[in-house]
Design a protein around this ligand. Structure first.
Ligand code: RUQ
Ligand code: CUA
Length: 678
């Protein structure tokens, strides 16, 4: 630890202790420096009925989802299910959404989501979509921002750990995914000790600008390192992509020591326009593989899953100048490009400086052939030939950097638990602020784009100890809102997050607020089991499969009395919410259903699979308090022994009939073969 850092830590700790002693009688933790200015409350207070200025999208980490917060209030607005089943709205449980979670490994009900990325046009967010990666079973999801719903998920083949994803090119044509873990490509049964010989990395470019058509356009084969994060160039560096890697030692055991040997690892600079032209010139190998592409059809709102069976793989040896390595100290994690596109900032977890590479120097070094060596066809540039400068004594454990668009950069320091503000070009530190505690990512709305909205910064911290009332061994992770509008950073607010947030992105609410879908048009609902009126409801049997078509409207289901189901049957309830009104949901659950409830948006049809295990009478009911008579919104289904002669009927109960319903007994058999179960 250097002297000034020691001094800084000492001052911080002493200040904290003094403050703590002064306020030791408070119920808040006495050792924590509150450090908020007196006007902080008014800066984050959004009066009831008022709206927040920004929508922030925080990754859920091991929750697999995205959570949406209003900024500056820190109010949770919504959780968008992405890679994990979500019983709250039947994501991954309803028949219509189950195909979204199919992978080449089968149905995967969970993942670890790290990096939300807003879609861009010309290097700035366009408010259409947000992408996020699955870290464990590599995938990229596209979430539609007119209804905050995951609409498309594509798997990444020839990869294991999709961490460096899904960062976008400024034109929005591609999002990328680089593999965290190198593995044999194609994967194969080899000895782990064959690492150096057999293990490879890949960087995938995924087409991102055509809804419903995401696929891996091409992959670049890379040496067997761990690829960690990435960001696209912009402005002068548009056409390039930068990825950090660690483990250039190619260790395969005890990486904490064995992958921390080398003084420098590499940032890979990828000329993706060149890669595209090499691929177009037929220089990539078309290799067989198998990966899933899942999407929700906008007309039927039913997900479908397809298998893609080949991928183009480009070896840098076959495409001169497509990748260069920039030596970078030491086990770098984040890599971030400033708004001008000139500077490439790497966060070396174990480095004592924050190294900044220069794009113009990179171009010159390539022209001058200032190479140290070549690895697998990839020239390694000389550090001194590419480095623009180093931020000295930044603190400990630099991870990620965002920009305010006013010439400053903000770097998160995991070990010394702080945000450090420094000036681009002079590399001098101008301010620092402690975080509580162990900050990982940080985010400024638009902070990785050409035009940041440099007003707020959100710190996302890994450890929350003593910030909130204790709740057992596990606490919420904590985000902190920091005002960066002035010279000095000011802490405004703590707010808890869901799962472990890694990266986040945000945009002004005005960009998407007025585009929100309020309900689905019943007329356009293309679900094959849709019904529009009570008389279209009914029941049908084919073998041991029974389909019930049902509608939901305040405050009844039609039909609500069902008989003739037998033990051994599998029943599908297809419920259409025929309301055409904003925010009027109905739910559906039946005794013993071993998946989740359905939540059905207005105009939508959702289907629940149910396999009764014993004879008897089973109630079903609406799970969403939809009206004064919500509690009356219920019905019964009768289950008889196998082979019984109880006729198959579905009707409205007498009570409902006296209230004006008029569903006749129906025993239909059409629509009984469309099976979208797995
Ligand atoms: S990571 S805390 Cu998954 Cu982006 Cu750096
Ligand atoms: Cu419908 Cu409660």
């Amino acid at each position: 630890m250097n002297a000034s850092l020691k001094k800084y830590l000492l001052v911080t700790i002493t200040a904290g202790l003094i403050f703590g002693l002064l306020f030791a009688c408070h119920t808040t933790n006495p050792n924590v420096r509150t450090a908020v200015t007196s006007d902080a409350a008014s800066k984050v207070y959004i009066a009831p009925g008022q709206y927040d200025e920004y929508y922030a999208f925080l990754s859920g980490g091991f929750s697999g989802q995205i959570s949406v917060y209003g900024i500056p209030s820190g109010r949770l607005l919504k959780v968008i299910p992405v890679f994990s089943q979500n019983p709250e709205n039947a994501w991954g449980y309803s028949e219509e959404t189950k195909p979204m979670l199919l992978t080449s490994h089968g149905f995967v009900p969970w993942d670890d989501s790290h990096h939300p990325e807003l879609s861009q046009t010309d290097g700035t967010p366009n408010g259409k979509w947000i992408f996020i990666n699955a870290n464990n079973t590599p995938r990229i999801a596209r979430i539609e921002l007119t209804r905050f719903e995951t609409e498309e998920i594509v798997e990444i083949p020839n990869a294991a750990g999709g961490h460096a994803a899904p960062f976008t090119t400024p034109d929005g044509r591609f999002v990328v995914s680089a593999t965290r873990f190198s593995v044999p490509i194609p994967n194969a049964d080899v000895a782990i000790s064959d690492y150096k010989k057999s293990f490879k990395g890949t960087i995938s470019f995924v087409t991102a600008d055509v809804p419903g058509k995401m696929e891996v356009a091409f992959q670049i084969l890379m040496p067997g390192y761990d690829y960690d994060l990435g960001h696209a160039g912009k402005g002068p560096s548009d056409g390039w992509f930068f990825f950090t890697s660690y483990n250039s030692e190619q260790a395969y055991t005890k990486l904490e020591a064995n992958a921390s040997q080398n003084d420098k690892d590499y940032v890979a600079a990828v000329n993706w326009r060149k890669a595209e032209s090499c691929v177009a010139a037929g220089k990539a190998k078309i290799t067989p593989t198998s990966y899933k592409h899942n999407s929700i059809d906008s007309a039927s709102r039913v997900a479908k899953s397809e298998t893609i069976t080949s991928v183009k793989v480009l070896d840098p040896r076959d495409c001169d100048g497509v990748v260069y390595f920039l030596p970078t100290p030491k086990s770098p994690h984040g890599v971030d490009v400033d708004p001008t596109g000139q500077y490439i900032v790497a966060g070396g977890k174990l480095a004592t400086v924050i190294p900044v590479h220069s794009f113009s120097k990179l171009e010159k070094a390539i022209a001058d052939k200032a190479f140290d060596t070549t690895i697998d066809g990839i020239p390694v540039l000389k550090y001194d030939a590419v480095v623009a400068g180093e931020v000295k004594n930044p603190g400990l454990g630099p991870l990620h950097t965002e920009f305010d668009g006013k010439g400053y950069a903000y770097t998160s320091m995991f070990i010394s638990s702080e945000v450090v503000k420094w000036k681009l070009g002079t590399w001098e530190i101008v301010d620092r602020i402690p975080t509580y505690y162990s900050i990982g990512h940080l985010m400024i709305p638009g902070g990785d784009t050409k035009q940041p909205w440099g007003k707020y910064l959100i710190a996302m911290n890994k450890i929350t100890k003593d910030r909130y009332l204790p709740t057992g061994p596990e606490l919420f992770q904590s985000a902190q809102l920091i005002d960066i509008s002035g010279d000095k950073m000011k802490l405004l607010l703590d707010f808890p997050t869901i799962g472990e947030p890694h990266y986040a992105q945000a945009l002004p609410a005005s960009m998407i607020k007025d585009k929100q879908v309020k309900f689905y048009s019943l007329a356009n609902n293309g679900n094959p089991y849709k019904i529009m009126k009570e008389s279209e409801g009914g029941i049908a049997r084919v073998g041991k499969r029974v389909d019930v078509k049902m509608l939901a409207i305040r405050s009844h289901f039609a039909p609500d009395n069902i008989e003739g189901v037998q033990l051994g049957d599998t029943v599908y309830f297809h419920v259409t919410n025929i309301e055409q009104d904003w925010d009027i949901l109905h739910g559906f659950a039946v005794l013993g259903n071993n998946n989740s409830e359905l939540i059905i948006a207005p105009g939508e049809t959702r289907s629940l699979r149910w396999v009764p295990t014993r004879i008897g009478i089973y109630p079903f009911y609406c799970t969403d308090f939809c009206s004064a008579l919500h509690q009356e919104m219920q019905g019964y289904i009768r289950v008889s022994p196998a082979g019984s002669n109880v006729p198959l009927i579905a009707k409205l109960s007498d009570r409902a009939l006296t209230q004006g319903g008029r569903l006749e007994q129906t025993t239909r058999s059409e629509h009984a073969t469309h099976d979208h179960s797995r």
